[in-house]
Design a protein around this ligand. Structure first.
Ligand code: FE
Length: 195
């Protein structure tokens, strides 16, 4: 199993991918039991991010200006993808959605995530307090759990890295970014290292 980056998949990541593959089975779309996938997938991701000794250097490089997303694994049937999210000091995402289930595990440093919800008039409002996700913590997003958020590196003087897992080839999914006023712009995240 090789990654799109051209290096061998680290054993810990391979183990995670194989376990998630077995958990998902042929299920996607309506056949998918999202509650079970999120619960058991979170356990698997918690194990993966409990060791910070496996992420290849190539997938841990920050960009001076923008946060980066490196594709670590893409399921051939696009049932899921695994991405390293590398935050330079002080970097943040726009407010965005996912449209599929997603798991976020902190490998290094910490992220701050603020959830949003849409009001009847289309404007966005903050949903609850911002949450700080420390190293080793796993959380989930999805259209049923709450799908709109903004994420920040919790640090302005060091790199943070999250391992994110999504129920699709997330770089190719048509998604949205939002302004707080509720303006919506089409968004495709792509990957720093793959098409
Ligand atoms: Fe997100």
């Amino acid at each position: 199993m090789s990654t799109p980056l051209g290096f061998e998949t680290p054993p810990r990541l391979r183990h995670f991918v194989e376990a998630l593959d077995a958990l998902l089975g042929p299920g996607r779309g309506p056949a998918l039991d999202e509650t079970r996938v999120v619960a058991q997938g979170s356990e698997l991701l918690r194990e993966l991010v409990s060791h910070d000794d496996w992420l290849p250097q190539q997938a841990a490089q920050p960009d001076p200006q923008y946060y980066r997303q490196y594709l670590l694994y893409r399921d051939p049937a696009a049932r899921f993808s695994v991405v390293s999210f590398v935050w330079g000091p002080g970097q943040s995402t726009p407010i965005h959605d996912h449209t599929v289930w997603g798991l976020i595990g902190l490998l290094r440093g910490a992220e701050i995530s603020q959830d949003y919800q849409r009001r009847a008039d289309g404007r966005l409002e903050k949903a609850g307090e911002a949450r700080r996700l420390e190293t080793g913590v796993v959380t989930a997003v999805s259209p049923t759990l709450g799908d709109i958020h903004q994420v920040f590196n919790a640090y302005d003087d060091r790199v943070s890295i999250g391992i994110h897992v999504y129920g699709a080839d997330i770089g190719a999914v048509d998604r949205s970014v939002f302004t707080p006023e509720g303006a919506v712009k089409p968004f495709r995240s792509g990957y720093a290292n793959a098409a």
